[in-house]
Design a protein around this ligand. Sequence first.
Ligand code: GYE
Length: 345
Amino acid sequence: MMRNEKRLIRALIVLIAMLLILVMANGRFEQNQQSQMTESEDYPFEEENMIVVGFSQLGTESVWRATHTQSIQQALSKENGFFLQYENAKQKQENQIKAIRGFISQRVDYIVFAPLMEDGWETVLTEAKEAGIPVILVDRKISGAEDLYTTFIGSDMKEEGRQAGRWLEAYQRKRGRLNEPLRIVALTGTLGSTSQIGRSSGFYEIVSQHDNWEIIAQEYGDFTVVKGKEAMAKLLRQNQDIDVVVSQNDEMTFGAMEAIQEAGFTTGIYGDMILISYDGVRDALELVDRGKINCEIECNPLQGELLAEVIRKLEAGETVEKEYFVEELVFTRENVKDYLPTRAY
Ligand code: GYE
């Protein structure tokens, strides 16, 4: 072989070796990059030192619920220092239990949850307690041991029920009919939920103070339009001599109004039946303004800010109250115009 050829081959070998080194080095760099990425995707909160919150919402049955979820998501945002994991239980207790177990195994800093009904949480909340994870109840409460949760943030449901009764009293008094007989039907929410239990007992408390008032029938409408309509239609099939309909949320009220209309009756100020509803979402407030719903007992879903504040207090080692109630109003045709233009939901 000529000397020049030998040189050329040697140069080629060196060149190939250099290329190989470069390719391998690049491969390693990319691998490194990728593993860094998956690490930060799996554990962004650890890296950025955020407060990790697992939130088990009970479902998406109403505008109230959607607003409640949104309020919590907005307040517990990344910008505010939270890493929020949201789970929707779709109205099934077993899904909520599963979600809470998931949060426990992930060792989140806090568990926030809106219990579908009051009973049946002892086992899973004891597990959370044993894992040392504070539980914050929002919207609805649980029955039994109070040491299974740190604090509650939501509405005073029993007071909401009383408000409905008190409004009815005032309305009848104003019309000079306080002593006339009143035949009342109730559309109630999810059986065994704090909103159903509290609103019923608060309202019945006032009803029982009037011998001339009678709750002639009650049906569960599960807080949805469809069930509310079904329940009202059933009540109307049984008895059409109804003076007052009390419906425990706006969705059931919308459904009930359809059933009432289909049966040939009207509601509201000039209607055949007095209609009282709970929540006070914008569409319902519009119906108050039009005189079709007599009274809306507000239930305030904007609980996110208060929740964030309470968690920050706990983070700072401060003691917190056992329950926090949000502020709520009563809307009638007299005051609703002041609130309608700014109603965000
Ligand atoms: O009134 C209803 C929702 O628990 C206060 O649940 C809540 C109730 C609310 O489905 O619209």
